[in-house]
Every structure is written in C-alpha cells, then in structure tokens.
Design a protein around this ligand. Structure first.
Ligand code: C2E
Ligand code: CA
Ligand code: CA
Length: 664
C-alpha cells in the first residue's frame, strides 16, 4: 500500500509539471484552429454567394433579352447574345430551350442536363424570382450550396453588392482562381427557358482579407508553438533533473532504494514468463558501526561510496543495485542455479572486500529466489533480509537463502522482542530448578536455575525458543540479572527459614563479559539479600572461553575472589579444549550431555569422559555430569568418581515450590 502511494505521488509530481504545458499547447492549437475555420468558412461562403449572385444577374440580363420576343426574332437575338458572350467574363455559353425543354438554339455544343436541375429562388426589391441551377457535367470543382444549408439567411442575397464584374476590372490583378465552378442558370423568359453557363471563379486576390488573417494567425500560432515547444523542452529537462534527484542516493551518489524497487519490479515483470531468473539479495557490510565509531561518520560514508562503486563494477547492466540504509545494499542479480549464484556472490565478496587498502571488509548476504510471478521487490528484499538476519552477526556462514521456515522464525523473533520487556515486569519468566545429585549417597548436592517463560497467550515457552534471541538483542543481560536476583532472594529466604541450602547455579551468558565490572555488578545484586557467595554458583558457557581470554580470566579471578564458585558449562559440546581447562581457574566442570547421549559404557565417549574426569580431578575441579538419563550412566559416573549428576534420571527442571516440596 505504502509503495503504491509513493508511486502515485511521483507520477503526480511528473504530471503536474508536464501536463499543464502540454494541455496548454493543445488547447491553444484547438482554439486557433476553430477560430480560423470559422473565419475562413464565413469569408469563403460570403464570397461564393456574392459570386453566385453576380453570375445570376449576368445570366438574368441575358435572359431578359428573350422575354417578350417572338420566334421570328429569336435568330436575331441569338446573334446579339453571341457578341455579348465575347465581352463577358461571367458567361461562357447560352442555350435557348422551349418550354418543354427542347433545344432551340445554342452558342456552343454545351447543353444543360435539365433533369438534374435544382430549383432556387431569390427575393430582390420585393420580387421573388425562381430559377434552376444545373451543374455543368465536366465540372469537378462544384460548390453549390442549398440556400438554407449553412444557416445563412436567404435575405443575405438582398444585402450583397450586385454589381456585375467585368473582365477588365480584374486585368491588373493576379487571376489565379482558387475556387471555380461552372453552373447553368435556367431562367424562364417569355416562351423560352434561357440557360446561361456561368463561370464562377473565386480568386486569391478576393480572399486577401482571409489570407491576411489566416497568415497572421498562422504566424502567431507558430510563435506560440515555438514558445510552448521551448518551454516544454525546459520542463522535460527539469523533469529529468527531478527524476535524477528522486532516484539518487545522497550518501553514495548512486541509485537509491526507490530506483531499485521501481526498476527491479519492471525487470521482474518483464521477465515473468521468460527463462531468465533473478535473485533479490540483501548485502550487509559487517562491523560498519565499529568502523564509524573508530574513524567517524564521514569516513564511514566515504567507505560506503567507495564500496558502492566497487560493487557497481561487479554488477551486469541488466542487474540492479542500490544502497538501502546503515550498511545495507540491495541487489537484483541474474542467476542460473543456487551453486552458480553462491559462487558469484563469493566472487563479488572477494573483489569488494579489498576496497580499503589496509583493511579487509567482511560481508554477509541474504538471498531470496522469487517464485514464478512474484514481483513485489519490497517483500522479496525483506525475505532476503530475514535470511541474512537469521545468520547472526558473527556467523561463520555468510550466505543464507530464504525459506518459509525463516519467515516464521523471523515473526517469532519479532513477537519475542515485542513482548520481552513486558514479560519481565509482569514476572512471566519463572525460575525452574533442576537438582544436581551427589554420587556419594545419592542426595541433593546442588541445583541449576533454568528459566521458563509462561506467556499469557503462547503458554509455556522453553528457553531454547527465546534465549538465542535475547543473546542476539542483548536482553539476556537483564534476564540473567533477574534470575540471579530471584535465586539470591530464594537462598536468603531459605537460610532465614533455617533450611539446609545447597549451591544453586545460575547461567551467565557470554554477553556479560563485555563489561569489565561484572564481578562488582554480580556482588551488588547478590549482596542486596545478604547471601553468602558460596551458595551461588556461576555457570559460564564453554564458548565464552574463546572470546577475549584476558578479560575472561580477570573476571573469573575476581568472581572467585568474591567467593562465587565458577563452573564451565557444556564442556565438550563445542570445541572442547583441554588447554582451556588448564588455563582457567575454575571450580566446577560440567560435562555436556552430548557425551552420554545414546552411548553405552564401552563407547569411546566414556573413555574420554573418564580421561576428562581424571584431568579435572588433578586440577582440583569438581565434576558435574549433565543430561544423565539412565542408571547405567549413573553407575559409570559413580565408578569414575564424578561428583554430581544432573539429568532426567533423577529429575527434570521443576518450579521452585515443587523443588521445595521434593527436597525438604
Ligand atoms: P544448559 O545450561 O546446558 O541447561 C541444561 C539443559 O539440559 C536444560 O535445558 C535442561 O532442562 C536440560 N536437561 C537436563 N537434564 C537433561 C536430561 O537428562 N536429558 C535432556 N534431554 N535434557 C536435560 P533447558 O532448561 O531447556 O535450557 C536450555 C538452555 O537454555 C540451557 O542449557 C542454557 O544454556 C539456557 N538457559 C536456560 N535458562 C537460562 C538462563 O536463565 N540464563 C541463560 N543465560 N541461559 C539459560
Ligand atoms: Ca547451564
Ligand atoms: Ca549445560
């Protein structure tokens, strides 16, 4: 919806600039054309009617010679007429018909076809005269109008100047006729019908007024057209500039997101049914924020600009790219199959990672391969973004292809992030305790605090569904503090109630090790409840031991100095390192459940466990075996002198009141 509104706004902006001038031009041409058409039609019509009147009068004059003459005088009259014909420019032939249309005399071979005659009438000086007009058969340029046809008042004839024009009057003019017609006027004259063939010519000189007006208007029109054309060109040029600004990104000087979505959508739509396949890629430059923190925002933007242009060189002309925001770029790449695309992206990465001379840049990519007919670039990019986001910041893998499962995971992450703060305030996070049973006498020797989320709508949520999200977004710091405080309070309560207390371990995420005052921070929470530090054990996950070792070592030392037992969790789950055992001054080693899962006592895993237990004992560490589910495993661990056992064999994690009840 949002995108459509944006597209509409841009279209409107373009229209608002071009349309007025374009419409203005069309309107002007239209008005001029109508005006000219009316003027020309009226002038030509009036000239034509005048001419017709004149030629009618000439014809009538000829006809009048035959009124009241007898048959015997006909010959003589005809001779007179012949000589008149030589003088007249209007009359070219005369033919005398009897009343029943028989030819009695003709000055030439031409004769009117009286059957095709149209009847006209004319009122002059109060007298109405009727006559017929016949179009001369060889005439191709006839302009005969019915009197009423063009809405011209028949009275117009009366007002016209009826002077007969003679040849000489025109002799000094250019006699180019632009309209001409040959009409027979058939006029009743006594016993005869006199047919007079008149030439009606409209000369260019007679239309001087029209031609002048026409010329002036055409000249004005041309000037206006040129003016509009020029302003139109300026508007289009302006438009081009505006478009460029709209589509240009201010940071890199390259294409921006709008350009990317507009042109990528076009490309995807155009190739909807073709064999060409396109992938939408979200590219993130890793550690860009750290770069800006070290070198400043300006250098950061310069880096983005250089990177953009380096990337541009790797993109083919039929592909698209744009800078999006922060350190994110969008790409639309052509591909054949996933392997080829992965190879292409790896190549791009190898090339652009060298943009800075002294620093190697790192990137990660999320890829979305559109289904056939999928053209919504924003959705596709968002999917690519989700795929990349699920990789995490530090992931070894750097290219992820989107699938629907990721979408669900992404939505879940959003929900968790939306709800977590409220959940903490509303105490939706509950502390569960899982007992650790001592191998000597199989009695309670400790417990581990494990969080559960009792969500108002989702119900019971196990920690693996939200802890990784909290680790990514940093909320784990708050949650661990909360758990620590709950345990401190509980221990304090139990101590004051006179119950026998055992050490309860709390998980401390590796995210905490970024703070140098971690030991003081933990003390400040625990000391609120005046609990002896030795009943609160801190479990650090094994992977934390691979981060900055020195910081970790210092913190572990400080925590131990404050009297907190420290344990290394999940030993053997990831990159087990016996070396790290030697270096770290820890109190407890928790052997990961992986060692025991689905194996029997003769398995190699057991041999390793017994070696690890041996080594830990030499280093004065207590051993806790996790995830123990069977009696065989318990017996083996007892035989190896493991100190504590935690696992479903004894008990699953349980709410605190259940724990209180079970271990009084
Ligand atoms: P972890 O610290 O290794 O916790 C032990 C996990 O193993 C717990 O899973 C526990 O329920 C499970 N477990 C114990 N005995 C058995 C067994 O016999 N069989 C099997 N299959 N599993 C057993 P849980 O409670 O789901 O916790 C999972 C992980 O979530 C924990 O692993 C820990 O890394 C994390 N976590 C839980 N609570 C917290 C917390 O408050 N803070 C932090 N930072 N992480 C926590
Ligand atoms: Ca743990
Ligand atoms: Ca563990």
């Amino acid at each position: 919806m949002k995108k459509r509104a944006k597209d509409k706004r841009i279209k409107k902006l373009k229209k608002s600039r071009i349309l007025p001038s374009f419409l203005g031009l069309i309107f002007l041409i239209f008005v001029f054309t109508v005006f000219l058409a009316v003027i020309t039609t009226l002038t030509v019509l009036s000239t034509v009617y005048t001419k017709m009147d004149q030629s009618y009068l000439s014809a009538e004059r000829v006809a009048s010679a035959y009124t009241n003459i007898s048959d015997s005088k006909l010959e003589e009259t005809c001779d007179k007429i012949d000589s008149y014909l030589n003088l007249s420019s209007d009359v070219s032939s005369v033919c005398i018909l009897s009343k029943d249309a028989k030819t009695l005399w003709s000055s030439s071979e031409k004769q009117p076809n009286i059957k095709d005659a149209s009847v006209f009438s004319m009122t002059q000086n109060g007298k109405t005269r009727s006559y017929k007009i016949v179009v001369e058969e060889d005439d191709q340029n006839v302009f005969v109008f019915d009197e009423g046809e063009l809405g011209i008042d028949p009275e117009l004839f009366n007002r016209l100047d009826l002077s007969v024009l003679r040849k000489e009057e025109y002799s000094s003019f250019d006699h180019t006729s632009i309209l001409h017609a040959k009409l027979w006027y058939v006029i009743p004259a006594g016993n005869y019908q006199v047919c007079v063939l008149s030439n009606i010519n409209v000369y260019a000189t007679e239309l001087v007024f029209v031609v002048t007006v026409l010329g002036t208007f055409i000249a004005m029109l041309v000037i206006f057209c040129i003016y509009y054309l020029v302003s139109f060109i300026f508007v289009v040029a302006d438009q081009h500039k505006i478009t460029k600004v709209i589509y240009t990104d201010m940071v890199t000087g390259g294409s921006n997101w709008l350009h990317f979505t507009t042109y990528s959508t076009k490309l995807l739509k155009r190739n909807r049914n073709s064999r060409k396949k396109y992938a939408v890629v979200h590219l993130r430059m890793r550690k860009y924020q750290s770069f800006c923190t070290c070198f400043g925002v300006r250098d950061g933007e310069e880096l983005l600009e250089r990177f953009y242009h380096a990337l541009r060189k790797m993109i083919r002309s039929k592909e698209q790219m744009a800078y999006k925001e922060n350190a994110d770029f969008a790409l639309l790449l052509q591909y054949e199959n996933e392997e080829a695309l992965t190879e292409h992206l790896t190549k791009i990465e190898a090339s652009v990672s060298q943009v800075l001379p002294n620093m190697k840049l790192h990137f990660c990519f999320g890829v979305c391969l559109p289904e056939k007919g999928e053209t919504d670039v924003e959705i596709l990019y968002n999917n690519a973004y989700i795929a990349r986001e699920l990789l995490g910041e530090d992931a070894e893998k750097h290219i992820a292809f989107f699938n629907e499962e990721m979408n669900k995971q992404h939505m879940w992450e959003h929900k968790v992030e939306d709800d977590m703060e409220r959940a903490l305030v509303n105490k939706e996070f509950r502390v569960y305790l899982q007992p650790k049973i001592s191998t000597r006498g199989e009695e309670l020797g400790g417990a581990e605090a494990l969080v559960r989320w009792i969500h108002p709508t989702e119900g019971f949520i196990p920690p693996n569904r939200f802890i990784p999200i909290f680790e990514k977004n940093g909320f784990i710091l708050k949650l661990d503090d909360y758990m620590l405080e709950e345990i401190a309070r509980k221990q304090s309560q139990w101590i004051s109630e006179g119950r026998k207390v055992v050490p309860i371990s709390v998980n401390i995420s590796r995210a905490h090790f970024t703070r140098e005052d971690l030991a003081e921070h933990i003390c400040s929470i625990v000391d609120k409840y005046q609990v002896p530090h030795n009943v609160i054990e801190l479990e650090l996950t094994e992977s934390a031991f691979f981060d900055d070792k020195q910081v970790l070592l210092n913190t572990v030392k400080q925590l131990r100095d404050h009297g907190f037992p420290v344990s290394m969790d999940d030993f053997g789950a990831g990159y087990s390192s016996l070396n790290s055992l030697k270096e770290m001054p820890i109190d407890v080693l928790k052997i990961d459940a992986d060692f025991f899962r689905g194996i029997d006592s003769l398995d190699r895993g057991m041999l390793i466990v017994s070696d690890v237990i041996g080594l830990a004992k030499k280093l004065n560490m207590k051993i806790v075996a996790e995830g123990i589910e069977s009696r065989d495993q318990v017996d083996f661990l007892i035989s190896q002198e493991c100190d504590l056992i935690q696992g479903y064999y004894y008990a699953k994690p349980m709410p605190i009141d259940e724990f209180e009840e079970a271990y009084k």
